[in-house]
Design a protein around this ligand. Structure first.
Ligand code: NAP
Ligand code: MG
Length: 483
Protein backbone atom coordinates (compact mmCIF):
# COMPACT_ATOMS: atom_id res chain seq x y z
CA UNK A 1 0.00 0.00 0.00
CA UNK A 2 1.17 3.51 -0.79
CA UNK A 3 0.05 5.52 2.21
CA UNK A 4 -1.93 7.64 2.88
CA UNK A 5 -3.33 7.36 -0.64
CA UNK A 6 -3.86 3.67 0.08
CA UNK A 7 -3.38 2.43 -3.45
CA UNK A 8 -2.25 -1.07 -4.28
CA UNK A 9 0.41 -0.52 -6.99
CA UNK A 10 -0.14 -4.02 -8.37
CA UNK A 11 -3.53 -2.95 -9.75
CA UNK A 12 -4.73 -1.16 -12.85
CA UNK A 13 -7.25 1.68 -12.58
CA UNK A 14 -10.16 0.96 -14.91
CA UNK A 15 -13.70 2.38 -14.85
CA UNK A 16 -13.05 4.06 -11.50
CA UNK A 17 -11.97 0.82 -9.78
CA UNK A 18 -8.68 -0.82 -8.86
CA UNK A 19 -8.43 -4.18 -10.60
CA UNK A 20 -5.62 -6.70 -11.12
CA UNK A 21 -4.37 -7.41 -14.65
CA UNK A 22 -6.63 -10.07 -16.17
CA UNK A 23 -3.66 -12.42 -16.54
CA UNK A 24 -2.89 -12.01 -12.84
CA UNK A 25 0.73 -11.25 -13.75
CA UNK A 26 2.89 -8.54 -12.21
CA UNK A 27 6.28 -6.95 -12.87
CA UNK A 28 8.85 -5.80 -10.29
CA UNK A 29 9.39 -2.04 -9.96
CA UNK A 30 12.98 -1.10 -9.14
CA UNK A 31 14.29 1.72 -6.97
CA UNK A 32 17.28 2.93 -9.03
CA UNK A 33 18.94 4.63 -6.05
CA UNK A 34 19.58 1.20 -4.52
CA UNK A 35 18.80 -1.44 -7.13
CA UNK A 36 16.18 -2.95 -4.81
CA UNK A 37 12.59 -3.87 -5.71
CA UNK A 38 10.11 -1.24 -4.49
CA UNK A 39 6.93 -3.17 -5.19
CA UNK A 40 5.18 -5.15 -7.91
CA UNK A 41 3.07 -3.50 -10.58
CA UNK A 42 0.37 -4.94 -12.81
CA UNK A 43 1.50 -6.40 -16.12
CA UNK A 44 -1.36 -5.06 -18.23
CA UNK A 45 -1.84 -6.60 -21.66
CA UNK A 46 -4.23 -6.20 -24.56
CA UNK A 47 -7.25 -7.55 -22.64
CA UNK A 48 -6.73 -4.92 -19.93
CA UNK A 49 -6.27 -2.18 -22.53
CA UNK A 50 -9.48 -3.37 -24.14
CA UNK A 51 -11.35 -3.09 -20.84
CA UNK A 52 -9.90 0.39 -20.32
CA UNK A 53 -10.98 1.55 -23.78
CA UNK A 54 -14.50 0.23 -23.15
CA UNK A 55 -14.58 2.07 -19.81
CA UNK A 56 -13.48 5.29 -21.54
CA UNK A 57 -16.19 4.82 -24.16
CA UNK A 58 -18.78 4.34 -21.43
CA UNK A 59 -17.58 7.53 -19.73
CA UNK A 60 -18.09 9.47 -22.97
CA UNK A 61 -21.64 8.13 -23.20
CA UNK A 62 -22.27 8.95 -19.52
CA UNK A 63 -21.70 11.71 -16.99
CA UNK A 64 -18.29 12.71 -18.32
CA UNK A 65 -19.48 13.06 -21.90
CA UNK A 66 -22.35 15.27 -20.75
CA UNK A 67 -20.24 17.57 -18.55
CA UNK A 68 -20.10 21.17 -19.74
CA UNK A 69 -16.77 22.82 -20.45
CA UNK A 70 -17.10 24.80 -17.21
CA UNK A 71 -17.78 21.61 -15.25
CA UNK A 72 -14.76 19.90 -16.76
CA UNK A 73 -12.62 22.92 -15.93
CA UNK A 74 -13.83 22.95 -12.34
CA UNK A 75 -13.09 19.22 -12.07
CA UNK A 76 -9.51 19.68 -13.29
CA UNK A 77 -8.99 22.61 -10.93
CA UNK A 78 -10.19 20.45 -7.99
CA UNK A 79 -7.84 17.64 -8.98
CA UNK A 80 -5.03 20.20 -9.17
CA UNK A 81 -5.74 21.37 -5.63
CA UNK A 82 -5.89 17.76 -4.43
CA UNK A 83 -2.48 17.15 -6.03
CA UNK A 84 -1.10 19.98 -3.90
CA UNK A 85 -2.60 18.36 -0.79
CA UNK A 86 -0.39 15.35 -1.56
CA UNK A 87 2.74 17.22 -2.62
CA UNK A 88 5.14 15.52 -0.19
CA UNK A 89 3.84 12.04 -0.83
CA UNK A 90 3.88 12.45 -4.62
CA UNK A 91 7.40 13.94 -4.55
CA UNK A 92 8.62 11.00 -2.47
CA UNK A 93 7.07 8.46 -4.83
CA UNK A 94 8.49 10.12 -7.93
CA UNK A 95 11.94 10.46 -6.32
CA UNK A 96 12.06 6.79 -5.32
CA UNK A 97 10.66 5.52 -8.59
CA UNK A 98 12.53 7.68 -11.12
CA UNK A 99 15.62 8.29 -8.98
CA UNK A 100 15.35 12.06 -9.27
CA UNK A 101 16.50 14.27 -6.38
CA UNK A 102 13.62 15.02 -4.04
CA UNK A 103 13.47 18.75 -4.73
CA UNK A 104 13.32 18.12 -8.50
CA UNK A 105 10.49 15.63 -7.90
CA UNK A 106 8.72 18.24 -5.80
CA UNK A 107 9.01 20.74 -8.64
CA UNK A 108 7.36 18.15 -10.89
CA UNK A 109 4.38 17.86 -8.50
CA UNK A 110 3.97 21.62 -8.56
CA UNK A 111 4.15 21.56 -12.37
CA UNK A 112 1.44 18.87 -12.48
CA UNK A 113 -0.79 21.02 -10.26
CA UNK A 114 -0.06 24.05 -12.44
CA UNK A 115 -1.03 22.15 -15.61
CA UNK A 116 -4.34 21.21 -14.02
CA UNK A 117 -4.91 24.79 -12.90
CA UNK A 118 -4.08 26.09 -16.39
CA UNK A 119 -6.17 23.55 -18.30
CA UNK A 120 -8.94 23.82 -15.71
CA UNK A 121 -9.11 27.55 -16.37
CA UNK A 122 -8.81 27.13 -20.14
CA UNK A 123 -11.46 24.42 -20.61
CA UNK A 124 -14.31 26.89 -21.23
CA UNK A 125 -12.21 29.41 -23.13
CA UNK A 126 -11.68 27.49 -26.34
CA UNK A 127 -14.11 29.19 -28.68
CA UNK A 128 -15.15 28.54 -32.24
CA UNK A 129 -15.60 31.12 -35.00
CA UNK A 130 -18.45 32.47 -37.04
CA UNK A 131 -17.46 32.71 -40.68
CA UNK A 132 -19.02 35.20 -43.11
CA UNK A 133 -20.35 33.17 -46.05
CA UNK A 134 -22.93 33.15 -48.84
CA UNK A 135 -26.23 35.02 -48.61
CA UNK A 136 -28.64 33.25 -46.25
CA UNK A 137 -26.01 31.18 -44.43
CA UNK A 138 -24.75 31.20 -40.87
CA UNK A 139 -21.49 29.31 -40.52
CA UNK A 140 -19.74 28.49 -37.28
CA UNK A 141 -17.15 26.08 -35.94
CA UNK A 142 -17.26 23.73 -32.96
CA UNK A 143 -14.30 22.14 -31.19
CA UNK A 144 -15.28 18.63 -30.18
CA UNK A 145 -13.33 15.93 -28.34
CA UNK A 146 -11.66 13.16 -30.34
CA UNK A 147 -13.29 10.59 -28.05
CA UNK A 148 -10.96 8.06 -26.41
CA UNK A 149 -7.37 9.31 -26.28
CA UNK A 150 -4.38 7.06 -25.61
CA UNK A 151 -1.40 8.42 -23.67
CA UNK A 152 1.85 6.47 -23.76
CA UNK A 153 4.40 8.17 -21.54
CA UNK A 154 8.05 7.62 -20.54
CA UNK A 155 9.67 7.34 -17.14
CA UNK A 156 11.59 10.61 -17.00
CA UNK A 157 8.85 13.10 -16.02
CA UNK A 158 5.69 11.05 -15.40
CA UNK A 159 3.82 13.75 -13.49
CA UNK A 160 4.68 16.61 -15.82
CA UNK A 161 3.74 14.60 -18.88
CA UNK A 162 0.46 13.47 -17.32
CA UNK A 163 -0.29 17.12 -16.62
CA UNK A 164 0.36 18.33 -20.12
CA UNK A 165 -1.22 15.45 -21.96
CA UNK A 166 -4.01 13.98 -19.82
CA UNK A 167 -4.79 17.46 -18.42
CA UNK A 168 -5.33 18.96 -21.88
CA UNK A 169 -7.23 15.91 -23.18
CA UNK A 170 -9.67 15.94 -20.23
CA UNK A 171 -10.15 19.70 -20.56
CA UNK A 172 -11.47 19.16 -24.10
CA UNK A 173 -13.81 16.36 -22.98
CA UNK A 174 -11.89 13.29 -24.11
CA UNK A 175 -11.70 10.12 -22.00
CA UNK A 176 -8.16 8.87 -21.46
CA UNK A 177 -6.32 5.57 -21.32
CA UNK A 178 -2.85 6.09 -19.87
CA UNK A 179 0.01 3.60 -20.26
CA UNK A 180 2.83 4.74 -17.98
CA UNK A 181 6.38 3.40 -18.37
CA UNK A 182 7.17 0.11 -16.78
CA UNK A 183 10.19 1.70 -15.01
CA UNK A 184 8.19 4.46 -13.30
CA UNK A 185 4.44 4.31 -12.90
CA UNK A 186 3.74 4.99 -9.21
CA UNK A 187 2.75 8.64 -9.55
CA UNK A 188 0.47 7.78 -12.49
CA UNK A 189 -1.37 5.39 -10.19
CA UNK A 190 -1.38 7.86 -7.30
CA UNK A 191 -2.72 10.54 -9.65
CA UNK A 192 -5.60 8.26 -10.67
CA UNK A 193 -6.53 7.77 -7.02
CA UNK A 194 -6.34 11.52 -6.36
CA UNK A 195 -8.58 12.16 -9.37
CA UNK A 196 -11.04 9.47 -8.19
CA UNK A 197 -11.21 10.98 -4.73
CA UNK A 198 -11.71 14.44 -6.25
CA UNK A 199 -14.76 13.11 -8.09
CA UNK A 200 -13.59 12.51 -11.66
CA UNK A 201 -16.34 10.37 -13.21
CA UNK A 202 -15.57 6.67 -13.67
CA UNK A 203 -13.81 5.85 -16.92
CA UNK A 204 -12.74 9.43 -17.76
CA UNK A 205 -9.20 8.34 -16.84
CA UNK A 206 -7.95 4.76 -16.91
CA UNK A 207 -4.38 3.69 -16.12
CA UNK A 208 -2.93 0.40 -17.34
CA UNK A 209 0.72 -0.23 -16.41
CA UNK A 210 2.64 -2.89 -18.30
CA UNK A 211 5.31 -3.44 -20.92
CA UNK A 212 5.53 -1.26 -24.00
CA UNK A 213 5.50 -4.25 -26.32
CA UNK A 214 2.30 -5.53 -24.66
CA UNK A 215 0.11 -2.82 -23.12
CA UNK A 216 1.67 0.03 -25.15
CA UNK A 217 1.44 -1.74 -28.48
CA UNK A 218 -2.15 -2.81 -27.74
CA UNK A 219 -3.16 0.77 -26.92
CA UNK A 220 -1.55 2.31 -30.00
CA UNK A 221 -3.22 -0.24 -32.31
CA UNK A 222 -6.64 -0.29 -30.63
CA UNK A 223 -9.42 0.58 -33.11
CA UNK A 224 -11.45 2.21 -30.33
CA UNK A 225 -8.82 4.89 -29.70
CA UNK A 226 -9.18 8.15 -31.66
CA UNK A 227 -5.92 9.94 -30.78
CA UNK A 228 -2.52 8.86 -29.49
CA UNK A 229 -0.10 11.05 -27.61
CA UNK A 230 3.36 9.50 -27.24
CA UNK A 231 6.49 10.73 -25.50
CA UNK A 232 9.62 8.59 -25.66
CA UNK A 233 12.26 7.28 -28.00
CA UNK A 234 12.51 7.79 -31.76
CA UNK A 235 12.42 4.05 -32.45
CA UNK A 236 9.21 3.44 -30.55
CA UNK A 237 7.73 6.67 -31.93
CA UNK A 238 8.14 5.34 -35.46
CA UNK A 239 6.41 2.09 -34.51
CA UNK A 240 3.54 4.00 -32.94
CA UNK A 241 3.09 6.13 -36.03
CA UNK A 242 2.86 2.92 -38.04
CA UNK A 243 0.44 1.33 -35.58
CA UNK A 244 -1.99 4.27 -35.65
CA UNK A 245 -1.92 4.38 -39.44
CA UNK A 246 -4.02 1.20 -39.51
CA UNK A 247 -6.82 3.11 -37.78
CA UNK A 248 -6.07 6.48 -39.46
CA UNK A 249 -5.96 8.43 -36.21
CA UNK A 250 -3.83 11.46 -35.35
CA UNK A 251 -0.71 11.06 -33.24
CA UNK A 252 1.47 13.49 -31.35
CA UNK A 253 5.11 12.40 -31.04
CA UNK A 254 7.54 13.97 -28.53
CA UNK A 255 10.81 12.18 -29.22
CA UNK A 256 13.65 13.98 -27.52
CA UNK A 257 16.53 15.92 -28.97
CA UNK A 258 20.11 17.13 -28.96
CA UNK A 259 19.32 20.69 -28.02
CA UNK A 260 22.01 23.36 -28.32
CA UNK A 261 22.71 26.52 -26.35
CA UNK A 262 24.67 28.97 -28.47
CA UNK A 263 26.90 31.37 -26.53
CA UNK A 264 28.29 34.38 -28.41
CA UNK A 265 31.28 36.53 -27.45
CA UNK A 266 28.96 39.34 -26.32
CA UNK A 267 26.87 37.13 -23.99
CA UNK A 268 26.41 37.75 -20.29
CA UNK A 269 28.41 34.66 -19.28
CA UNK A 270 27.64 34.95 -15.57
CA UNK A 271 23.90 34.90 -16.34
CA UNK A 272 24.30 32.01 -18.77
CA UNK A 273 26.38 29.69 -16.61
CA UNK A 274 23.69 28.22 -14.34
CA UNK A 275 21.45 27.58 -17.37
CA UNK A 276 24.29 26.02 -19.37
CA UNK A 277 24.96 23.44 -16.66
CA UNK A 278 21.50 22.89 -15.15
CA UNK A 279 19.86 22.26 -18.51
CA UNK A 280 22.30 19.41 -19.00
CA UNK A 281 22.24 17.73 -15.61
CA UNK A 282 18.64 18.23 -14.46
CA UNK A 283 17.07 14.80 -13.90
CA UNK A 284 20.56 13.36 -14.60
CA UNK A 285 20.26 14.55 -18.20
CA UNK A 286 17.23 12.32 -18.82
CA UNK A 287 15.15 15.15 -20.21
CA UNK A 288 13.87 15.32 -23.76
CA UNK A 289 14.66 19.04 -23.79
CA UNK A 290 18.04 18.61 -22.06
CA UNK A 291 20.70 20.89 -23.48
CA UNK A 292 23.42 18.41 -24.27
CA UNK A 293 25.38 20.63 -26.70
CA UNK A 294 26.99 23.92 -25.69
CA UNK A 295 28.25 25.92 -28.69
CA UNK A 296 30.68 28.66 -27.68
CA UNK A 297 32.25 31.41 -29.79
CA UNK A 298 36.06 31.39 -29.73
CA UNK A 299 36.45 34.72 -27.91
CA UNK A 300 34.82 33.37 -24.72
CA UNK A 301 35.50 29.69 -25.30
CA UNK A 302 38.30 29.22 -22.73
CA UNK A 303 36.34 31.18 -20.13
CA UNK A 304 33.15 29.12 -20.60
CA UNK A 305 35.06 25.82 -20.52
CA UNK A 306 36.80 26.86 -17.32
CA UNK A 307 33.70 28.14 -15.56
CA UNK A 308 31.51 25.19 -16.57
CA UNK A 309 34.30 22.86 -15.41
CA UNK A 310 34.34 24.62 -12.05
CA UNK A 311 30.61 23.97 -11.62
CA UNK A 312 30.91 20.35 -12.71
CA UNK A 313 33.64 19.73 -10.14
CA UNK A 314 31.17 20.73 -7.43
CA UNK A 315 28.30 18.50 -8.59
CA UNK A 316 27.39 15.69 -6.20
CA UNK A 317 25.56 12.56 -7.31
CA UNK A 318 23.75 10.26 -4.89
CA UNK A 319 20.45 8.69 -3.80
CA UNK A 320 17.26 10.53 -4.77
CA UNK A 321 16.14 11.05 -1.20
CA UNK A 322 19.51 12.62 -0.27
CA UNK A 323 18.45 15.41 -2.63
CA UNK A 324 21.88 16.20 -4.10
CA UNK A 325 22.51 17.85 -7.49
CA UNK A 326 22.12 14.63 -9.46
CA UNK A 327 20.41 11.30 -8.75
CA UNK A 328 20.94 7.89 -10.32
CA UNK A 329 19.70 7.14 -13.81
CA UNK A 330 16.28 5.53 -13.96
CA UNK A 331 17.65 2.00 -14.35
CA UNK A 332 20.80 -0.07 -14.80
CA UNK A 333 19.64 -0.51 -18.41
CA UNK A 334 19.79 3.27 -18.94
CA UNK A 335 23.19 3.36 -17.21
CA UNK A 336 24.45 0.75 -19.69
CA UNK A 337 23.31 2.96 -22.59
CA UNK A 338 25.09 6.01 -21.15
CA UNK A 339 28.23 4.03 -20.28
CA UNK A 340 28.16 2.76 -23.87
CA UNK A 341 28.39 6.35 -25.12
CA UNK A 342 31.18 7.15 -22.67
CA UNK A 343 33.09 4.14 -23.96
CA UNK A 344 33.04 5.74 -27.41
CA UNK A 345 34.72 8.93 -26.15
CA UNK A 346 38.37 7.85 -25.82
CA UNK A 347 39.27 10.31 -28.61
CA UNK A 348 37.70 13.21 -26.69
CA UNK A 349 38.88 15.38 -23.84
CA UNK A 350 37.01 15.17 -20.52
CA UNK A 351 37.45 18.60 -18.93
CA UNK A 352 35.52 17.96 -15.72
CA UNK A 353 33.48 15.37 -13.84
CA UNK A 354 31.18 15.57 -10.85
CA UNK A 355 31.58 13.09 -8.02
CA UNK A 356 29.46 10.17 -6.87
CA UNK A 357 29.15 10.37 -3.08
CA UNK A 358 30.92 7.63 -1.10
CA UNK A 359 27.76 6.27 0.51
CA UNK A 360 25.86 5.84 -2.78
CA UNK A 361 24.58 2.21 -2.71
CA UNK A 362 26.60 -0.10 -4.95
CA UNK A 363 23.48 -1.41 -6.73
CA UNK A 364 22.34 2.08 -7.78
CA UNK A 365 22.42 3.30 -11.40
CA UNK A 366 24.95 6.10 -10.85
CA UNK A 367 26.90 7.90 -13.56
CA UNK A 368 29.19 10.83 -12.71
CA UNK A 369 28.27 13.99 -14.65
CA UNK A 370 30.85 14.36 -17.41
CA UNK A 371 31.80 17.42 -19.44
CA UNK A 372 33.68 17.18 -22.74
CA UNK A 373 35.25 20.11 -24.62
CA UNK A 374 36.60 20.60 -28.11
CA UNK A 375 34.17 18.04 -29.46
CA UNK A 376 33.86 17.76 -33.26
CA UNK A 377 30.22 18.46 -34.24
CA UNK A 378 29.93 15.17 -36.13
CA UNK A 379 31.04 12.96 -33.19
CA UNK A 380 28.44 10.51 -31.89
CA UNK A 381 28.48 12.31 -28.51
CA UNK A 382 27.55 15.53 -30.35
CA UNK A 383 24.94 13.92 -32.60
CA UNK A 384 23.02 11.28 -30.65
CA UNK A 385 20.71 11.66 -27.67
CA UNK A 386 22.61 10.18 -24.72
CA UNK A 387 19.95 10.68 -22.04
CA UNK A 388 22.48 10.93 -19.23
CA UNK A 389 24.46 13.65 -17.39
CA UNK A 390 26.83 14.28 -20.28
CA UNK A 391 27.42 17.58 -22.09
CA UNK A 392 29.73 18.49 -24.95
CA UNK A 393 31.23 21.92 -25.62
CA UNK A 394 31.82 22.79 -29.28
CA UNK A 395 33.72 25.91 -30.42
CA UNK A 396 32.58 28.06 -33.33
CA UNK A 397 33.97 31.09 -35.18
CA UNK A 398 30.97 33.13 -36.34
CA UNK A 399 27.19 33.23 -36.57
CA UNK A 400 27.02 31.24 -39.81
CA UNK A 401 29.07 28.42 -38.33
CA UNK A 402 27.02 28.49 -35.13
CA UNK A 403 23.79 28.05 -37.11
CA UNK A 404 25.27 25.25 -39.21
CA UNK A 405 26.41 23.32 -36.12
CA UNK A 406 23.26 24.05 -34.10
CA UNK A 407 21.04 22.80 -36.93
CA UNK A 408 23.40 19.98 -37.86
CA UNK A 409 21.66 17.06 -36.13
CA UNK A 410 18.55 15.07 -37.01
CA UNK A 411 16.69 16.65 -34.07
CA UNK A 412 14.99 19.99 -33.49
CA UNK A 413 13.33 20.37 -30.10
CA UNK A 414 14.75 23.33 -28.16
CA UNK A 415 17.57 25.82 -28.73
CA UNK A 416 18.85 28.95 -27.07
CA UNK A 417 20.89 31.98 -28.05
CA UNK A 418 23.00 33.91 -25.55
CA UNK A 419 23.91 37.36 -26.88
CA UNK A 420 23.37 41.00 -25.94
CA UNK A 421 22.92 41.96 -29.60
CA UNK A 422 19.20 42.38 -30.33
CA UNK A 423 19.46 42.00 -34.09
CA UNK A 424 21.47 38.80 -33.67
CA UNK A 425 18.85 37.49 -31.22
CA UNK A 426 16.15 37.98 -33.85
CA UNK A 427 18.24 36.38 -36.62
CA UNK A 428 19.07 33.38 -34.45
CA UNK A 429 15.44 32.93 -33.36
CA UNK A 430 14.51 32.58 -37.03
CA UNK A 431 17.50 30.47 -38.05
CA UNK A 432 17.51 27.88 -35.28
CA UNK A 433 15.66 24.70 -36.19
CA UNK A 434 13.64 23.95 -33.06
CA UNK A 435 10.10 23.93 -31.69
CA UNK A 436 11.14 26.37 -28.98
CA UNK A 437 13.88 29.01 -29.03
CA UNK A 438 14.96 30.79 -25.86
CA UNK A 439 16.84 34.07 -25.88
CA UNK A 440 19.17 34.59 -22.91
CA UNK A 441 17.60 31.76 -20.91
CA UNK A 442 16.88 28.08 -21.32
CA UNK A 443 13.50 26.73 -20.29
CA UNK A 444 14.16 23.02 -19.98
CA UNK A 445 11.11 21.37 -18.47
CA UNK A 446 9.24 24.59 -17.67
CA UNK A 447 6.58 26.66 -19.35
CA UNK A 448 3.12 25.16 -18.90
CA UNK A 449 1.73 27.99 -21.05
CA UNK A 450 4.28 27.65 -23.86
CA UNK A 451 3.54 25.41 -26.86
CA UNK A 452 6.16 22.68 -27.01
CA UNK A 453 7.15 20.06 -29.55
CA UNK A 454 9.66 19.15 -32.17
CA UNK A 455 10.64 19.08 -35.77
CA UNK A 456 12.70 16.40 -37.52
CA UNK A 457 13.35 13.33 -35.37
CA UNK A 458 12.16 15.26 -32.32
CA UNK A 459 8.64 14.51 -33.51
CA UNK A 460 5.56 16.45 -34.48
CA UNK A 461 2.49 17.98 -32.91
CA UNK A 462 2.43 20.46 -30.05
CA UNK A 463 1.62 20.00 -26.40
CA UNK A 464 1.41 22.56 -23.58
CA UNK A 465 -0.31 25.93 -23.76
CA UNK A 466 -3.50 26.47 -25.74
CA UNK A 467 -2.03 24.60 -28.73
CA UNK A 468 -2.55 21.34 -26.86
CA UNK A 469 -6.27 22.07 -26.58
CA UNK A 470 -6.50 22.39 -30.35
CA UNK A 471 -4.56 19.15 -30.73
CA UNK A 472 -6.84 17.30 -28.35
CA UNK A 473 -9.98 18.39 -30.20
CA UNK A 474 -11.50 18.13 -33.66
CA UNK A 475 -12.89 21.10 -35.54
CA UNK A 476 -16.39 20.79 -36.97
CA UNK A 477 -17.76 23.39 -39.40
CA UNK A 478 -21.53 23.94 -39.35
CA UNK A 479 -23.11 25.74 -42.33
CA UNK A 480 -26.81 26.56 -41.87
CA UNK A 481 -28.95 27.83 -44.78
CA UNK A 482 -31.92 29.72 -43.40
CA UNK A 483 -33.94 31.39 -46.11
P1 NAP B 1 10.58 4.17 -24.95
O1 NAP B 1 11.04 2.78 -25.05
O2 NAP B 1 10.27 4.90 -26.19
O3 NAP B 1 9.32 4.19 -23.97
C1 NAP B 1 8.34 5.22 -23.88
C2 NAP B 1 6.98 4.58 -23.62
O4 NAP B 1 6.60 3.77 -24.74
C3 NAP B 1 6.98 3.65 -22.42
O5 NAP B 1 5.72 3.72 -21.77
C4 NAP B 1 7.17 2.31 -23.08
O6 NAP B 1 6.73 1.25 -22.28
C5 NAP B 1 6.31 2.46 -24.32
N1 NAP B 1 6.62 1.52 -25.38
C6 NAP B 1 7.78 0.81 -25.60
N2 NAP B 1 7.64 0.04 -26.69
C7 NAP B 1 6.40 0.24 -27.18
C8 NAP B 1 5.67 -0.27 -28.30
N3 NAP B 1 6.21 -1.16 -29.15
N4 NAP B 1 4.41 0.18 -28.51
C9 NAP B 1 3.86 1.08 -27.69
N5 NAP B 1 4.48 1.58 -26.61
C10 NAP B 1 5.75 1.18 -26.36
O7 NAP B 1 11.62 5.00 -24.16
P2 NAP B 1 12.45 4.47 -22.92
O8 NAP B 1 12.85 3.04 -23.04
O9 NAP B 1 11.66 4.82 -21.75
O10 NAP B 1 13.72 5.34 -23.08
C11 NAP B 1 14.67 5.03 -24.11
C12 NAP B 1 15.09 6.27 -24.83
O11 NAP B 1 13.95 7.07 -25.21
C13 NAP B 1 15.91 7.20 -23.99
O12 NAP B 1 17.25 6.82 -23.95
C14 NAP B 1 15.68 8.50 -24.69
O13 NAP B 1 16.53 8.63 -25.79
C15 NAP B 1 14.27 8.43 -25.16
N6 NAP B 1 13.33 9.11 -24.29
C16 NAP B 1 12.84 10.30 -24.69
C17 NAP B 1 11.94 10.97 -23.88
C18 NAP B 1 11.36 12.26 -24.25
O14 NAP B 1 10.81 12.94 -23.40
N7 NAP B 1 11.37 12.65 -25.50
C19 NAP B 1 11.58 10.43 -22.67
C20 NAP B 1 12.08 9.20 -22.28
C21 NAP B 1 12.95 8.54 -23.12
P3 NAP B 1 7.76 0.47 -21.29
O15 NAP B 1 8.85 1.41 -20.94
O16 NAP B 1 6.92 0.12 -20.14
O17 NAP B 1 8.27 -0.71 -22.05
MG1 MG C 1 11.46 2.83 -11.14
Amino acid sequence: MLRPLQIDPSKCFIAGSWVGALSGETLPLVNPSEGSTLCDIARGKSADIDAAVRAADAALAGTWGKATAAERGRMLASIGRAVLDHVDELAQLEAMDVGKPLSQARADVLALARYLEFYGGAADKVHGETIPYLDGYTVYTLREPHGVTGHIIPWNYPMQIIGRSVGAALAMGNACVLKPAEEACLTALAFAEIARQAGLPDGALNVVPGLGAEAGAALSAHPGVQHISFTGSVGVGKRIQQAVSANVVPVTLELGGKSPQVVFDDADIAAALPFLVNAGIQNAGQTCSASSRILVQRGVYDQVVEEMSGRYAQLRTGPALSDLDVGPLVSLRQKEIVDGFLAKSSDLQIVAQGQIVDDAPAGGAYVAPTLFAGVPPGHTLAQDEIFGPVQVIIPFADEAEAIAIANGTDFGLVASCWSENGARQMRMARALRAGQVFINNYGAGGGVELPFGGTGLSGHGREKGFEALYGFSVLKTVAALHH
